[in-house]
Design a protein around this ligand. Structure first.
Ligand code: PHE
Length: 486
C-alpha cells in the first residue's frame, strides 16, 4: 500500500475540524452521562479523578490520534497500517485500528437508544405531555416511554436513519454542513439555559457536590468509570477523532485544536452539572438516580418555572443535536473504511452499516422492555455495550495508542505532525510513554483487585514510582533526552 496517493476529502472551512470534533466530543456523555455517573459515584472525588484523566491521559491521546489520522490519511484501520509501516514496525499494531472502529460502532448501538430518549422527550415537550405532572408522574412517564418497544424503537430508528443520512452525504456536504449550523445553535441554547438556571436556586449545594473533594469516597469502580468516561467524552479510542483527523489540512495545529476541543468538552460537562444538580437538590431528588436522572428531573423543574416549556424545548433540542453530532462521528470510521478501501460507494457504505447498526441497536433498545431479562451476569445487552466499550475497550485502546506512539514509532513522523516546540514535544512524549500508560495500568490494577489505591495515602508513592520508572525508562532509551535537546 502506498502512503498518500489517493485524493482524500478534507474539511472545507477553517473551523471544519474544530466544529466537527467538538460536535463529536460534546454529546450525551456530557449532559446525560456525566451528571448521572457523578451522582452514582458520589460527587467531588469522582470529578477530580475525571479531570486528572482528561489532562494526563485524554489530551495526549487525542493529540496522538489526530496525528495518526492525518499522517495515515485514512480510516483507523488504514491509517494505522500506514503509520506503522512508515516506521517499519510490526503490523500487529494495526489491530488497534480494528479495535477502535468496532468500539465506535458498538457505542452507537446503545447511544442511539439514549439519543432516542432525547428526541422522544423533545416531542413530549412540544406536545405538552408533562403538564401538571408530579415527581412520581415523571418516573411513570419515563418508564412508560421505555415499556413499549414500538414507541422506543421508533425513536432509536429515527436516530439511526438521521445519522446515516448525514454520514451518507459525505464529509463536507454531510458532516461539515451539519455541524456548521448545529454547533453555534447549541452554544446559544446552552448559554440561555445556564443564565436561566443560575437564577433558579440550589446552586450552592450543587457546587459543593461537584467540587468538594472527599478523600476516600471513591471506589475502584468509580476510578475506572472516571477513566472510561474521560475517553468516552473526548470520543477517543473509538475511531471518531482519528478519522476526523484524517481530513485535517496539513497546516492546522494539532496541539491547539486538541486543547480547544478538550476545553470546550470539559466546560460543557461541568456546566451541565451546574445546571442539573441545583434542580435535583432543590426538588429533593437523589443524585444517584442512574440513567434516567436528567429525564426524570429536568421536565419536572421546567414545568415549575416561568416559560419552562419553552426552555424545556430548547434543552431537549440542544441535547438531541448534541447526540446527533456525536452519533455521526461514531460510524464515520466504518463508513470511511468501507468506501475508501473496500471500493463501496459512500452511500452504500452508509446504508449497509446502518442496517447492521439498526439490528443491534434494536436489541439494545429491547433491554428496556421485552428483553429486560435477557441478561448475562446481570447485564442486559444495553449494559454490556456500555460496559465493554467504556470500561475496557477505550482504556485499552488508548493504552495501545500511547505505547505505539511513545515507544514503537520513529521519532520524526510524530514530531513533524505535532509540530510543537521541543519542550512541548518532550512533555507530550513523557505523557504518552509514562503518564498515560501508568495512569491506565494503575486504575486497571485497582479495579481488578491487584492493588488498592487510596487517596491521600498512596499518591506520594505513585508519584515516586512514576519518577523512578521514567528515569529507568529514559536511561534504557535516549529518545526523550534527544527530544529535550531539540
Ligand atoms: N463524546 C461523545 C459524548 O460525550 C460520545 C462519543 C464516544 C462520540 C465515542 C464518539 C465516539 O457524548
Amino acid at each position: 500500500m502506498t502512503t498518500d496517493t489517493q485524493p482524500r476529502a478534507q474539511w472545507l472551512g477553517r473551523w471544519g475540524f474544530v466544529l466537527a470534533a467538538t460536535g463529536s466530543a460534546v454529546g450525551l456523555g456530557n449532559i446525560w452521562k456525566f451528571p448521572y455517573i457523578t451522582g452514582e459515584y458520589g460527587g467531588g472525588a469522582f470529578v477530580l479523578v475525571y479531570l486528572a484523566c482528561i489532562l494526563a491521559v485524554g489530551i495526549p491521546v487525542m493529540m496522538t490520534e489526530i496525528a495518526f489520522g492525518r499522517r495515515g490519511r485514512g480510516s483507523p484501520v488504514d491509517a494505522l497500517r500506514r503509520v506503522v509501516k512508515e516506521s517499519g514496525s510490526g503490523s500487529a499494531w494495526s489491530l488497534l485500528g480494528w479495535l477502535a472502529m468496532l468500539c465506535g460502532f458498538m457505542i452507537l448501538c446503545f447511544y442511539a437508544v439514549v439519543a432516542g430518549w432525547s428526541f422522544s422527550y423533545l416531542w413530549k415537550m412540544l406536545t405538552g405531555a408533562f403538564a401538571g405532572a408530579t415527581g412520581d408522574d415523571m418516573v411513570g412517564i419515563f418508564v412508560a416511554n421505555n415499556e413499549n418497544p414500538l414507541n422506543l424503537g421508533f425513536w432509536s430508528t429515527l436516530v439511526v436513519v438521521a445519522t446515516m443520512l448525514i454520514v451518507g452525504k459525505g464529509v463536507q456536504a454531510g458532516i461539515e454542513r451539519c455541524v456548521t449550523w448545529m454547533m453555534p445553535g447549541m452554544v446559544v441554547m446552552l448559554a440561555i439555559l445556564i443564565a436561566y438556571g443560575a437564577f433558579s436556586g440550589g446552586f450552592g449545594e450543587a457546587w459543593r457536590f461537584l467540587f468538594s473533594f472527599n478523600a476516600g469516597s471513591l471506589s475502584s469502580e468509580g476510578m475506572l468509570a472516571a477513566l472510561g468516561h474521560a475517553f468516552f467524552t473526548l470520543s477517543l479510542a473509538s475511531g471518531a477523532i482519528l478519522t476526523y483527523g484524517s481530513y485535517l489540512p496539513a497546516r492546522a495545529s494539532i496541539a491547539r485544536t486538541t486543547l480547544s476541543v478538550a476545553a470546550a468538552d470539559t466546560v460543557v460537562a461541568l456546566m451541565a452539572g451546574l445546571a442539573i444538580f441545583p434542580i435535583i437538590f432543590a426538588n429533593g431528588m437523589s443524585p444517584g438516580e442512574g440513567p434516567g436522572l436528567i429525564f426524570m428531573s429536568l421536565p419536572l423543574a421546567f414545568q415549575a418555572m416561568p416559560l419552562g416549556t419553552l426552555f424545556g424545548i430548547l434543552f431537549f433540542m440542544m441535547l438531541s443535536m448534541a447526540a446527533l453530532t456525536s452519533s455521526i462521528s461514531m460510524v464515520e470510521a466504518t463508513v470511511s473504511w468501507l468506501s475508501d478501501s473496500k471500493g463501496v460507494s459512500r452511500r452504500t457504505a452508509a446504508w449497509g452499516t446502518g442496517i447492521v447498526l439498526w439490528l443491534i441497536s434494536t436489541l439494545a433498545m429491547l433491554s428496556f422492555n421485552v428483553g429486560a431479562d435477557w441478561t448475562l451476569v446481570g447485564r442486559t445487552v444495553f449494559d454490556w455495550l456500555d460496559y465493554l466499550t467504556a470500561r475496557w475497550m477505550m482504556p485499552l485502546g488508548g493504552l495501545g495508542v500511547a505505547l505505539l506512539a511513545g515507544f514503537v514509532l520513529k521519532n520524526e513522523p510524530m514530531r513533524e505532525e505535532l509540530g510543537v516546540p521541543p519542550g512541548w514535544y518532550a512533555l507530550w512524549l513523557f505523557a504518552v510513554r509514562y503518564l498515560a500508560p501508568l495512569g491506565i495500568l494503575v486504575i486497571f490494577a485497582d479495579a481488578l483487585g491487584i492493588a488498592r489505591i487510596e487517596f491521600g495515602l498512596h499518591w506520594p508513592w505513585l508519584l515516586g514510582a512514576l519518577v523512578l520508572i521514567t528515569l529507568v525508562g529514559e536511561l534504557a532509551s535516549p529518545r526523550l533526552r534527544r527530544a529535550l535537546m531539540g
